[in-house]
Design a protein around this ligand. Sequence first.
Ligand code: ADP
Ligand code: UDP
Length: 242
Amino acid sequence: MTKDTMEKREELYAGKAKSVYLTDEPDHLILHYRNDTSAFDGEKIEQLERKGEVNNKFSAFIMQKLEAAGVPTHHEGVISAEESLVKKLDMFPIECVVRNIAAGSLCKRLGVEEGVNLNPPTFEFFLKNDQLHDPMINESHIRSFGWADGEAVEKMKALTFKVNDTLTQLFADAGLLLVDYKLEFGRYKGEILLGDEFTPDGCRLWDAETRKKLDKDRFRQGLGSVVEAYEEVARRLGVDLS
Ligand code: ADP
Ligand code: UDP
């Protein structure tokens, strides 16, 4: 099966920003990046024109860079403007967050001022559970509740930091600060792969000179020009949006 011959089948799941489809082949899924944009656990939802297409192409670009740097990912290829073919993972119900600069929930939780450099970067796990508002969890919770075993926890941490090394440099070369980001991992035939997406919906990016926000905080904080900011980042990185 190749990405050009695979057939789309029924919808498996509709998330807040993407829809997941089965294919005629059990090991692969199609991710459809929609224009829906949500914040505050789905309380604020809007349709932002072109966002699905920009994020699909953005994530494909980043996943390819990460593969080249030795981070195994689920990405197989872009199959249409808003869709990519991916390996079907058994996802861990966990979010891995690395922060290079304080922002968002960290500032609220610890009373830290936004913009403070974090050296070394912090690492946090969150449980993927909208009803519980994605609570922060630790490795002990992960093992006791069986969300992942010790080996998988270590692997996810190591890969998340490897992503940091690769992407802080990639974004720095484009005049951008990678403030923080969220990753999701899953298992595929015994191997742990990076899944889901890497887009400005799930990370924070600031202009290195002006510290202008170029990520989903523009939506969360009602700053406007959300997709325009994502396109600006994509242009600076050299993502082909045609
Ligand atoms: P959410 O579920 O948080 O609302 P999305 O709208 O982005 O998020 O939905 C995409 C869903 O697909 C997420 O639950 C994510 O964990 C899942 N997913 C992403 N990549 C894969 C994959 N390769 N295999 C299986 N599930 C995946
Ligand atoms: N993030 C995400 N999905 C979530 C929670 C967080 O993509 O469900 C990303 C968020 O965009 C930011 C990073 O993870 O880049 C850290 O988010 P934070 O904990 O500061 O929470 P938020 O500000 O989103 O409430």
